[in-house]
Design a protein around this ligand. Structure first.
Ligand SMILES: [Zn+2]
Length: 303
């Protein structure tokens, strides 16, 4: 089953859906939200989260992309005690002023494109994005009432990508480590940092028992659809890689491949035109680059 709308999933887990993102909200003795979308949906996100829980105690960040951290400053105002939790690499990225400023500029651009005004200073933005608690591979957080959340490092979409596994509900918040689902025959892989890492990540995820799979721009997959998705994803990865390789061999330029693929994705409804279009094009570009065949001899000489 494919669950897109906001609503309760289990006794301890709800889904909150904004116009651009979907999130787990976990309820133990403490509460947690996974990822924080973009700045422009901050009010919509908080409105929906606060219909489920009074305050947020933790926000788990899956990776340091602009559309996963954007509402943090606003959510910190609403829940001043909240702790930001991530893996080591995400925390390292967010500790860099220049990197955070890039994320802020992307959020400004996305907000302006929606015809709204952005109002968070560079200093406030940077301060609010600092991680309060870093988890290493396999570390857990106990939210009480038998809600335990474990971090797995799952690079491939980005080098810092992580998943959060809610043990009691066999639910995985996958960030973008496992790509995106837009309906039958529409699985979009995401090996923007490394194809090999994305495959290793998939093997790691396959070892887990998963009944609910949350993909941040798709919603939740449940039941048989989880296994189906995890079986089809590596086939789609391979299909994309081969197709990119072939087009490169035929002499197409990377920007030509990106233009065709992004137009296809807009046409079949995977990715809308609008403020996220540049980010999607960048994603395709990185995947094309990661599809190139490395010349073994040349590689050895260089080493
Ligand atoms: Zn991302």
């Amino acid at each position: 089953m494919w669950i897109k709308a906001s609503g309760d999933l289990t006794e301890h887990l709800s889904q909150v859906t904004t116009s651009v993102s979907t999130h787990f909200v976990a309820m133990g003795d403490q509460t947690a939200l996974v990822d924080a979308s973009v700045w422009s949906v901050r009010e919509e996100l908080w409105e929906k989260v606060s219909a489920v829980v009074e305050t947020i105690d933790c926000i788990f960040i899956t990776h340091a992309h602009f559309d996963h951290v954007g509402a943090i400053p606003f959510l910190r105002e609403k829940s001043p005690e909240l702790k930001l939790v991530s893996g080591r690499k995400t925390a390292d990225l967010l500790s860099q002023k220049e990197f955070c400023e890039k994320l802020r500029q992307q959020n400004i651009a996305a907000t302006t494109a929606c015809g709204e005004e952005f109002s968070c200073s560079e200093g406030d933005w940077f301060k609010s994005l600092q991680i309060d608690l870093i988890l290493s591979e396999g570390d857990s957080i106990d939210l009480g009432d038998e809600v335990e959340v474990r971090l797995f490092e799952t690079p491939g979409h980005t080098d810092d990508s992580c998943c959060f596994y809610f043990k009691q509900d066999l639910a995985l918040a996958a960030g973008e480590s496992l790509g995106q689902y837009s309906g039958r025959e529409k699985i979009t892989p995401s090996f923007a940092s490394s194809y090999e890492d994305a495959l290793t990540t998939l093997q790691k995820i396959n070892a887990l028992d998963i009944k609910l799979l949350s993909l941040p721009h798709s919603g939740v997959l449940s039941g048989d659809l989880v296994a189906k998705y995890l079986t089809e994803l590596p086939l789609e990865m391979e299909r994309y890689r081969k197709s990119f390789q072939q087009q490169i061999e035929e002499g197409l330029l990377i920007e030509e491949i990106v233009a065709t693929v992004s137009a296809d994705w807009v046409e079949d409804g995977r990715f809308p035109e609008g403020p996220f279009h540049d980010a999607h094009k960048k994603l395709i570009e990185e995947m094309v680059k990661n599809s190139r065949v490395v010349d073994d001899n040349q590689d050895q000489e260089e080493n």
